[in-house]
Design a protein around this ligand. Structure first.
Ligand SMILES: [Zn+2]
Length: 280
């Protein structure tokens, strides 16, 4: 198609931020950080390589995802522990906080709840920023590696994609069938994964994660949470992620409980105040 006469002028229009966040309720990061300083570890789940693990965190507790043996990315699902229909909403989290999350950002739940499920309190990869390729860590743009897309693109039947790992782990934890568990699995937070979009073609890319043993991501649980974490078969995601070819490592999830009184004044967030009448 030929360009209109004012094509350049139209391209030159400056963007506006879709969701300015000045009016978002702000977490009390200093309060959370103080409560973490003398919190005691109450549980630990080691997630085996190419598999997933489930963990539970009470509202007001912390969970820390750690890299332990070698560079490894993780795919995280979160649910309200008492109501699996309230689950992490990757797309809205992206709309509010950007393509990658960092310290102070929150992971939001799906409609009609739309409240912060957790607040990102500490990130040892904060220093990474945005690299020369436009890559950054902890994205909410990828979905999760899955056997359906793998089959679509390459054929075959690979069973240890994050989607399947999360499905098995949730089914085993809840004592339900794989068919019952699968619809609860949703788009993830890609923990430690380094991703972006290519400038020329706008394609989703990944590159070797900068994560190293000792790195961690620490969250404050705003509500009672059931979490599932898959140690992605992509390993550090430097090459591919739907096969046995990548070197993979386990991940760890540690749960910490604050001392009594350390969260004085804090209240769990309430669900959205929209009345749900939708104009009728
Ligand atoms: Zn994966």
């Amino acid at each position: 198609m030929t360009q209109p006469f004012d094509a350049e002028a139209r391209r030159a229009v400056a963007p506006v931020i879709c969701y300015p966040t000045e009016t978002l309720p702000q977490p009390d990061m200093a309060l959370y950080a103080r409560a973490l300083t003398n919190a005691r570890k109450v549980d630990e789940v080691v997630v085996p390589a190419r598999d997933a693990g489930v963990f539970q965190v009470r509202s007001g507790q912390f969970f820390r995802i750690g890299c332990i043996e070698g560079p490894q990315v993780g795919d995280l699902n979160l649910w309200n522990a008492g109501d699996l229909t309230e689950r992490f909403y990757s797309g809205k989290t992206r709309a509010l906080h950007g393509s990658h999350v960092g310290t102070g950002d929150r992971l939001w739940s799906a409609f009609p709840h739309l409240r912060p499920m957790t607040t990102l309190l500490q990130d040892s990869l904060d220093w990474y920023g945005i690299d020369a390729f436009g890559g950054a860590v902890h994205d909410v743009i990828g979905t999760r590696c899955d056997p359906y897309t793998g089959h679509l693109l390459n054929g075959g039947q690979y069973h240890h994609c994050c989607h399947s790992n999360l499905t098995r782990a949730l089914a085993d934890h809840l004592g339900i069938s794989l068919a019952e568990a699968e619809p609860h699995v949703h788009d993830v937070l890609n923990v430690f994964m380094c991703t972006g979009f290519t400038r020329g073609t706008g394609q989703y890319f990944m590159k070797a994660s900068p994560v190293r043993p000792g790195d961690h991501l620490t969250f404050f649980a705003e509500i009672d949470l059931l979490g599932a974490l898959s140690a992605c078969p992509g390993g550090d995601c430097s090459s591919e992620h739907s096969s046995e070819s990548a070197v993979c490592h386990p991940l760890v999830v540690e749960i910490f409980a604050p001392q009594d009184g350390m969260l004085e004044g804090w209240m769990p967030p309430v669900t959205s105040g929209y009345d749900r009448s939708h104009g009728r």
